[in-house]
Each structure stands twice: as structure tokens, then as C-alpha cells.
Design a protein around this ligand. Structure first.
Ligand code: GCU
Length: 653
């Protein structure tokens, strides 16, 4: 069992360093912020576990040293074990830091047997967390928009925290799973937060100083209207000379304060945020304006593709929100600057429990792309429900637009909206830590088996965990995404959540709203016809084979059927069940699975620290309550709409 004082340490309890810390370690990391971290981590581990940091030339069990290896890049490293010595080499200090955490992950295995040299390097250059944190508490969205883990790690009382110890600990956790970039404020940039770019850049610099030793670059969300709201210019037109000069000058000052600043994140012309459309300019014009300002310093602009009409008339059946990103952005392929990255949500709608992969991904070969996922569980239980998203992200990352198995990579970067806050367990639900860890590891290697990543997380978080605990955690987490899907909106149709806060069921909550998220259930059937033949044409945004697969209800995968098609309740799925019976069955099963997970967790009480166990147990009570609410509302709704009773005669209200 982990030392109770270590609860906060998430996947880096001190016991995770036992193997490293009990060795003779020789380290030649050189000078620099990340080298300093390598030194101090090793010194601390050795002091704790009886190992020794030995001088050059002495015998050692572990050697970390610089080396020139072709193609390793700044962050890659090699690992090998020969003749009783484990060696990590890298061309830079960041690589050595990643190599050190690799050894920590391996534990005793890093010091056992012989291992031929392995080369490790990240598949994706940018592995980033976006924090939707506000500096000033927002009247509706609070301190952290869609945050379910308490307040902000970075901001409190209207300014950057004076005590950044927890940010330091956060940086360390992130480094240990391979994350290398963090945007520290909300993409919805309100009045106070706009000033971080200019007169409040010192606060950003203080945070950047703390993250730097962990190889993490700091990024900032900025408002496109900055030249107007901060600079007093009459316009923010991206082609206006004065505007360009303003951004160049503002950016110069940013780099004066933070030499390795990562760049800007921009949500423009989206849900009320200002953007280039107001000036009749394109999003390439907008992104390139900021890219030009950042270019001299090696910075990047992450330009979000989440652009759609959020004031749609629900009566208008020709507008389909799912189409929007593709329709807006594909005509601009090839027009974005090399240091502009289009940041695309993994699905076309908004982080639902089930969506197809966005057709924009793969459709812009001449544009740098980052895929955005949501670790914060806005639509997947808000960290009151256990929902491990590893399998969902892995599925999205393995998707290939041309239907091939694994040709090429999907993107240059992976971004997650962070699920961490100032909660003592970091993520509200302690098991949601697994999402943060899994995100980092999948960003490093999108081909990794998520279950193996979960094994790593379990082994680090619970050093020396007995088999019963390992099995129990797998039993609770492995299928939790599928369980959540079962008791919520069926067959890919999405939403059915309470408007505004998005927690709990409300089947028609968004049905007659302007947000473009409908299910169109009536007495005969349910689902959105997005076919090219009779629907919105969304299916045709995909290349073959997907455009054909999705076009017909005969070939469309069951789990996405209602995303792509409006079908009758009697429609027979590939599974052999009718749609209505599938709805009933999955909703009963989902609740049973949640109850079973709660039971498994209760049986682990003797193996988990009491505080952590109690927090999860308490969340399971709420999950089961809420899952029953989902089951009964969804089943009753569809019984009343369809008039078709449950084939198994269970209680539906
Ligand atoms: C969702 C979420 C918003 C957020 C938006 C975004 O719509 O509910 O809170 O601002 O996504 O990704 O920008």
C-alpha cells in the first residue's frame, strides 16, 4: 500500500523510484534546466533508497549520458542493458529526462537480464494539455470551465498563485508521461485573461519557470481581438498593417519574458469569440497573422477548427453542425503558415461518448494538424463517473482516413483539455488520473496498447500492487467507457444531456435549441440522416471507403448508426437486435455494470489508502444513482415514443 502521505503523488509515489534509487548511478546530463531535474531526481531517489550517485569512471548499474545518435531528436533516447549495466543516452537533456522516467516505469525490469539497444522517440512532436482555466472566476463557468477537479492549479484570487509547488509537482507528473506543452488559460478568453498577453505576462513567466525544468513549454490562449481590447486599435483585421505590427511587438515582449514560450492557442469565430470573419478575412489570414508574429522566435499558433453556427434554427434541417469544420477549413488547405497548427476535435461534434473520427483529419494534407481530445469529462460523467478514455482515444488515433491499417500518422500533435485542478487527488475522481496518464503515453506513442498503458499506470500508482488489486483496477476501468456509453445516449446519437452543465440525462434537453445537436426521435424512429443520398451529406465528407461505409445503414457500424441515419425502432442491427431492444438492453446492462464495478471497488478496501478508497466509493454511489436515472429516462422516453414494450418485460416507466 502506498504511504498515505503520498496520495497526492499520483503515478509518482516515492516507492516508484525504489529500483532506480537503490542503484549506483552515473549521470552526465550536463547543465540546463532539465539536466538539473535529472540530477535532483536521481540524488533524491538514491538518498531515499540507499543508492549512490557515483563519479565519472566508477562502476555503475545505471548510466545516463549524452550521445550523438542519428534521428533521436531533442526528446528521444536510447535504452540498453549489457553486462550488468543499464545505459540511457540522448542527444539532449530533454531526452535524458524522458529516458530517466522510462527507467522508473520499468522498475526492477530495467536492471534485469540483457536488453539490446532500443530507440525511443515520440511519434508526435507536440503533446499538449489545454487548461480551460480562468484567472478571474467566471460568473457562469467558474474558475475552470468544464472543470471537475476543484479550482485552477495556476490561478487563485485573481492572479497567478504565489506558491507554485503544486504546479511543480504537476509538471513532474506530466513529464513522467511524456507531455511537453501546457496552455495555461481558457480558450474562451475573457477580459481579465486577455491581459496575460501583455501587462500580466510576468505571471505567465513565473509559471513557465516552474514548468521548464520538466521539459514543458508554456502556451497562452489569446483573444483575436487583442489589438482592439488591449492595444486600443480600431480594428483587429489580420491584413491591417498596424494590427500586424501590434502582434509582432506584443509577441516580441512575450519572448523577452519567456525565451522558450510555446505559442498561442486561438478559438476564433466560435461560440461568440472574435475572429477574422468580422473583417471578411479567412481563418488562414487570421492564423497566419499570429504565425508571422511567432515565427522569428520559433513559436507556434494552435488555431482551433471548432467553428460552427451555435445559433442555428432547429427547424432548419439543411444545416448540420457536424459538417461545419470540414466545410470551413478544407478550402484553406495549403494556405496556413508552417508554424500554424490547425487543432481539430477528434469528432465532428463535441467530445461525445461516441462519435466518428472527424473527416477533417486526413483531408488537409498540406496543413499541420493537431487532434484535440477531452480528458476533462464534460460529456463522460464529469469525473463523478469512472470512465477511462484510453480505448476511445486509441480507437480514434488508429483510425486511418483511407481505411488502411496504419499508413502514415494522423497528425503532428495531440492535445487534451486537462482534467486536473487543485483537488487533492488532482482529478476529482482519483481514477480519472488514469486518463491524464494514458493521454500522455498515447501522445508519445499513438500505437501503444491502452491496456498496457493502464498496466503502467497501475504499477506506478500502486507500487508492488498484489494481483487482486491489479485485477480489480482493470475490472473497474477496462470496460468503463463502454459501460458509460451503454447507459447514456444510444448508438452514437449523442447529447441527451441536461443543457448548460451537461451532467445527467435530459433526452430532449437540446432538441429544440439553437446548438445543432438533435436526435429527431418521433413515434416511428430516431437518428440523424447524414447520408449523401437523402440526408445532410456529411457522410460524403469522408474519403472512400468510409464515405461508402457510413452512407448506408446496411454497412454503417452499429455504434454509429444513429449518428449517420434515421431509422425505425424495428430496424435490425448487425447484432441481430432491433434498435428499440438494443436501447432497452444496453441501458439495463449499463446500470448492472456500474453496480458491479462499485461492488468490485468495495472489495478492494483493504488494498487502497482509506482516503482514496473512500473518495472513489463515494463517487460510485453517485455514478450508480445517475446511471439509473439515465436508464429510466432514456428507456421511458423511447417506450412512450415508440409504444414498443421491452421484449424481456422489465420495468420501464
Ligand atoms: C464545448 C464546451 C465549452 C467549450 C467549447 C470549446 O462546447 O461546452 O465549454 O468552450 O467546447 O471547445 O471551445
Amino acid at each position: 500500500m502506498t504511504d498515505p502521505g503520498d496520495i497526492d503523488a499520483a503515478w509518482l509515489p516515492s516507492a516508484a523510484f525504489r529500483a532506480v534509487g537503490s542503484r549506483r548511478v552515473l549521470v552526465r546530463a550536463g547543465e540546463g534546466p532539465q539536466a538539473g531535474t535529472v540530477h535532483s531526481e536521481l540524488a533524491e531517489a538514491c538518498a531515499r533508497f540507499g543508492g549512490r550517485v557515483v563519479p565519472d569512471g566508477a562502476d555503475a548499474d545505471l548510466v545516463l549520458a549524452p550521445a550523438d545518435v542519428d534521428g533521436l531528436g531533442d526528446e528521444g533516447f536510447t535504452f540498453e542493458r549489457r553486462g550488468g549495466t543499464t545505459t540511457v543516452t540522448a542527444s539532449g537533456q530533454r531526452g535524458l529526462l524522458h529516458g530517466l522516467f522510462h527507467v522508473v516505469r520499468l522498475g526492477e525490469d530495467a536492471f534485469t537480464g540483457e536488453r539490446a539497444r532500443e530507440v525511443h522517440r515520440p511519434a508526435l512532436a507536440t503533446r499538449m494539455l489545454d487548461h480551460w482555466d480562468n484567472v478571474a472566476v467566471h460568473p457562469v463557468m467558474g474558475q475552470v470551465e468544464r472543470g471537475y477537479a476543484g479550482g485552477s492549479l495556476f490561478w487563485a484570487d485573481g492572479r497567478a498563485r504565489g506558491d507554485l509547488d503544486r504546479v511543480r509537482a504537476y509538471g513532474r507528473l506530466l513529464a513522467a508521461c511524456g507531455i511537453n506543452a501546457v496552455a495555461i488559460n481558457n480558450v474562451n478568453v475573457h477580459a481579465t485573461e486577455a491581459h496575460l498577453l501583455t501587462d500580466r505576462i510576468g505571471e505567465v513567466a513565473a509559471i513557465a519557470d516552474v514548468l521548464r525544468p520538466y521539459g514543458i513549454r508554456t502556451h497562452l490562449s489569446v483573444t483575436f481581438a487583442a489589438p482592439v481590447v488591449l492595444g486600443g486599435l480600431p480594428t483587429a483585421d489580420p491584413l491591417d498593417e498596424a494590427v500586424r505590427t501590434w502582434w509582432a511587438e506584443a509577441t516580441r515582449r512575450v519572448y523577452e519574458a519567456i525565451g522558450d514560450f510555446g505559442g498561442y492557442v486561438v478559438k476564433a469565430d466560435s461560440e461568440g469569440q472574435p475572429g477574422p470573419f468580422a473583417y471578411g478575412r479567412s481563418h488562414a489570414d487570421g492564423a497566419n497573422l499570429l504565425a508571422a508574429a511567432l515565427e522569428p522566435y520559433g513559436g507556434t499558433v494552435h488555431w482551433r477548427a471548432f467553428v460552427y453556427d451555435h445559433r442555428q434554427d432547429w427547424r432548419d434541417r439543411s444545416t448540420d453542425r457536424a459538417r461545419a469544420a470540414y466545410d470551413h477549413f478544407t478550402p484553406l488547405d495549403g494556405r496556413f503558415a508552417p508554424n500554424a497548427v490547425l487543432q481539430v476535435k477528434h469528432g465532428p461534434m463535441d467530445f461525445q461518448v461516441r462519435e466518428p473520427v472527424s473527416p477533417l483529419i486526413g483531408a488537409m494534407p498540406r496543413t499541420r494538424l493537431a487532434v484535440e481530445v477531452q480528458a476533462t469529462q464534460e460529456y463522460t460523467g464529469q469525473q463523478r463517473h469512472v470512465c477511462w478514455l484510453g480505448p476511445m482515444w486509441s480507437e480514434a488515433l488508429r483510425f486511418r482516413p483511407d481505411g488502411s491499417v496504419s499508413a502514415g500518422r494522423l497528425a503532428d500533435g495531440l492535445v487534451a483539455v486537462s482534467n486536473a485542478g487543485d483537488d487533492p487527488f488532482w482529478t476529482g475522481h482519483p481514477l480519472a488520473q488514469a486518463n491524464l496518464y494514458t493521454f500522455g503515453r498515447l501522445a508519445w506513442d499513438p500505437a501503444a496498447d491502452p491496456r498496457a498503458v493502464l498496466d503502467e499506470w497501475i504499477a506506478l500508482t500502486h507500487p508492488g500492487a498484489p494481483e487482486r488489486l491489479v485485477d480489480g483496477l482493470h475490472a473497474v476501468l477496462d470496460g468503463s467507457w463502454s459501460t458509460y456509453e451503454k447507459y447514456t445516449a444510444p448508438l452514437g446519437v449523442g447529447f441527451m444531456v441536461q443543457p448548460g452543465h451537461h451532467y445527467g440525462p435530459s433526452v430532449d434537453g437540446y432538441e429544440y435549441s439553437p446548438w445543432g445537436t438533435y436526435h429527431f426521435a418521433d413515434r416511428d424512429g430516431v437518428g440523424v440522416d447524414r447520408s449523401a443520398a437523402t440526408g445532410t451529406g456529411y457522410a460524403a465528407q469522408y474519403a472512400k471507403p468510409w464515405s461508402e461505409v457510413y452512407e448506408s445503414p446496411e454497412t454503417c457500424p452499429d455504434e454509429l448508426l444513429l449518428f449517420f441515419h434515421h431509422v425505425s425502432y424495428g430496424h435490425v442491427l448487425h447484432s441481430g437486435k432491433t434498435v428499440i431492444q438494443h436501447i432497452y438492453d444496453t441501458h439495463f446492462e449499463g446500470v448492472e455494470e456500474a453496480e458491479e464495478a462499485r461492488r468490485v471497488w468495495a472489495g478492494l478496501a483493504d488494498l487502497v489508502e482509506p482516503a482514496r478508497h473512500a473518495r472513489v466509493a463515494e463517487r460510485f454511489e453517485e455514478q450508480v444513482r445517475c446511471a439509473r436515472e439515465w436508464r429510466d429516462q432514456v428507456n421511458s422516453y423511447f417506450l412512450r415514443k415508440s409504444g414498443v414494450p421491452d421484449g424481456r418485460g422489465r420495468t420501464v416507466y
